[in-house]
Design a protein around this ligand. Sequence first.
Ligand SMILES: [Zn+2]
Length: 466
Amino acid sequence: MLKFHNTLSGQLEEFKPLDGNNVRLYICGPTVWSFAHIGNFRTFTFGDVLRRYLKFKGYNLTHVFNLTDVDDRIINEAKNAGKTIDEFTQPFIEAFWEDFDALGLERPEVTPRATHHIAEMIQIIETLLENGRAYESDGSIYFRISAFPDYGKLSKINFAGNVSGASGRVDTDKYDKENANDFALWKLVDADEPTGWGASFGRGRPGWHIECSAMAMKYLGETFDIHAGGVDLKFPHHENEIAQSEGATEKQFAKVWLHSEHLKVEGETMSKSLGNYYTFRDLIAKGYTATAIRYLLMSVPYHKQLNFTFETLDGAEQTIARLRDFRKRLQEANLPDGINPNLQTKVSSSLDDFEVAMDDNLNTSIALAALHNLVRETNTAMAHAVACIEDRSVILHAIDKFDQVLNIFGEAKTEMLDAEIESLIEERQEARRNRNFPRSDEIRDTLAEKGIVLEDTKDGVRWKRK
Ligand SMILES: [Zn+2]
């Protein structure tokens, strides 16, 4: 049973989608004003593990992952570079997806850009103005926190003492400062400022928070299953998303909120001034592989702090090399005929352990331990010559199952070896003789996925690559 620690309730909860088998998921994406750093990618790797595991559990997924392509910094940087915001952000958007793909992160179903959803933002702001939860001040529009008593329910910050209308508001969307209550939904822009959009309440540009509310509700509906992001977004960004969305719809926004914890570097907060700030590209330039970076980023459960060190990254490189080598040796080994029931039991219990760990709020460190256990048991069996031909396909199949979520075995599995195919065909024949048709069909499907076509002839089964 899949359970998540829901930041909103503060509890470990059984996960049940609102709509049968369909899961609707929103994850806050990057602000595309520079190259994403490894702290960003820790969150996005967590998002990838989450989406892959939901699919592993058999759910259908609609996953929305936005790109923030307008904010104060983007506007200023574009201006300094003498470019429009589109010209300025385009190379960073391209670079972002390159990094994303290199890390083996699966592309979400919907990847909207904020600047393409201004009309939806304006609509929410109009509703909030009508129902009194927003007001105009000096040409900008602010959210009135005193009109939303639930404010603080996600971050558990008590605002009772300092909620007093417009006082203390801060006219920035970079961060709303401590005790800053009301926040900007829409900011007035100067008449000569090129970045701006017309609205019934005046020409301006959106605040950062409203972007996510608009894009989430457009593609996932007013109420959806999971909203996730980095813990640094919990307050004020996510708290404000809830206030704007629920303040407009009077319905619950997201049911489950998941937050991935901070990444530290050598025990310190990552910062440019400390010289310990790394983009994904910096690590690749140092000669590290994307898969090892991915492995390291998911090796600690998302809800715990991850201490990134070069020592652990070196360790991750070795681990990946060892795992791939193991898989190759198993594929190529000259194994005795038959089957080892003891080893088969170990394979299925390692898969069970993996699923139990992942069901427990995505405990990736225990899930990885289950994989390493399987490798150890198989190595021992091979060393004692008690791993057999029919065990091979079962173990390789188990590795594929693990890798649906982990995605670390990489290129090595793109093509099936003849021995692996023949061993699977043999197993399928055996399953058919035993009238185990589900297993026989499963094997046919596995082979079909790998582009292997089976042909039943009077001389037995023939196969060919598509
Ligand atoms: Zn967001």
